[in-house]
Write a protein that binds this ligand. Structure first.
Ligand SMILES: C[S@@+](CC[C@H](N)C(=O)[O-])C[C@H]1O[C@@H](n2cnc3c(N)ncnc32)[C@H](O)[C@@H]1O
Length: 379
């Protein structure tokens, strides 16, 4: 099968595969994005398991072969995003394929060029060499086209962080980043706090992946970021920093890694939390029919989204119970990331448990489990 037969590969912005066809499918989701490296178009694939993300680089001439061996047959839904439309292939278990075509109102490339003109806290053209090595900036400090969404996300994250932290006027900040991955965010926060705000910041990024952590440590040394360190750790079980921490951040830390970040903050009395969750599988895989909201559980995709919202609502309510003042906000527009909810929490008062009974009631009624609840009240 050739999913791209009718389309010019150069026009393919993104391909995403979701809804695994088999229970034992190795990956839950695969996203391929077009990137331009030295004027050559390639595709970068991110393959998501429950806990990790793996990457592949695919030359355009191998794209169809890659799609056929990795996506077709393994997922029930594959979307191809073109500048003016999204083609959705739906595969039934009997082997039938349904193709849907939806026009997109605005050409994403137009949005891209419009957004490029916006002024952010950190701007295109700023001399941040680490971002060149990380692939966000070109050597001329221009945002790499395909990294524009990431640039927007990390910039907005820093803006929100800055809004809160500038009120404290702290001159020393220790911050932990859970599931830092390639650490675009971690580097940019360090650069902003140390080089721009002249704050004495110490930052540690945790991630499962050895190679990524090694590379980030090399970059930190290369740029003289003396108080920026990366540590290989499974945040769900390894011993983490025992110093006094001021801020916990997580950006798209997979599934329950987010709960461990929030729990760490609660247990260690961390005053500020900025967390953008991702792939909230736990509730989705445990929730059952059980009440007035059953209508939301019938269709897989609706159930997945409801479960994600339920997860983040429960997390926010639990943080309130733990004495935090909490906001759940869209930190970037949906067009920049579908995972665009941020939980922002500031420790303000004592533990009160005022939402606990409400949460327990709904968990019991629908039979789902939620890791932050278990970490706070069961373990
Ligand atoms: C989607 S990536 C996000 C990376 C980065 N924060 C960003 O937004 O670019 C999620 C990262 O979380 C890491 N991760 C997932 N579970 C983890 C765990 N239990 N402990 C440490 N890192 C974890 C993965 O290895 C992966 O690098």
């Amino acid at each position: 099968m050739n999913l791209l037969e009718k389309y010019d590969i150069d026009n393919v912005i993104k391909i995403s595969a979701s809804n695994p066809a088999k229970r034992d499918c190795q990956f839950l989701r695969v996203v391929l994005k077009q990137v331009r490296i030295k004027n050559t178009i390639r595709f970068q694939a991110e393959k998501f398991t429950q806990k990790q993300v793996f990457h592949d680089n695919i030359p355009t001439e191998k794209l169809t072969e890659y799609l056929n061996s990795n996506l077709v047959g393994n997922f029930k839904q594959i979307c191809v995003v073109l500048p003016n439309k999204i083609i959705t292939y739906l595969f039934s278990s009997s082997g039938k394929v349904k193709v849907l075509e939806n026009a997109v109102a605005t050409n994403p490339k137009t949005v891209l060029s419009q957004n490029r003109r916006k002024k952010y806290l950190l701007s295109e053209g700023d001399n941040i060499p680490a971002l060149v090595d990380l692939g966000i900036f070109t050597k001329e400090f221009k945002v790499v086209n395909s990294m524009y969404d990431k640039f927007k996300q990390i910039n907005r994250f820093v803006e929100i962080l800055d809004d809160v932290l500038k009120q404290t006027e702290q001159k020393e900040i220790t911050l932990l980043d859970f599931g830092c991955g390639k650490s675009y965010l971690t580097f940019i926060i360090y650069h902003y706090l140390v080089n721009i705000c002249k704050i004495n910041a110490k930052i540690i990024g945790y991630d499962l992946k050895n190679d990524v952590v090694e590379n980030c440590n090399k970059l930190a040394i290369k740029y003289g970021y003396d108080n920026l360190h990366f540590i290989v750790a499974d945040v769900t079980k390894d011993k983490l920093c025992e110093e006094k921490i001021d801020v916990v951040v997580s950006l798209h830390a997979c599934d329950i890694a987010t709960d461990y970040a929030l729990n760490y903050a609660v247990q260690n009395n961390v005053p500020y939390i900025f967390s953008v969750p991702c792939c909230q599988h736990e509730v989705n895989s445990t929730i059952n029919k059980g009440g007035d909201l059953d209508v939301l559980l019938k269709y897989g995709i609706v159930k997945e989204r409801v479960s994600a919202l339920l997860t983040d609502s429960v997390r926010a309510l639990l943080l309130e119970d733990m004495g935090y003042s909490v906001d759940v906000m869209e930190f970037v527009d949906l067009s920049h990331s579908p995972k665009n909810l941020m939980i922002r929490a500031v420790k303000k008062h004592a533990v009160n448990n005022k939402n606990k009974a409400k949460i327990e009631h709904i968990m019991q009624q629908y039979g789902f489990t939620q890791k932050l609840y278990s970490l706070l009240y069961i373990q």
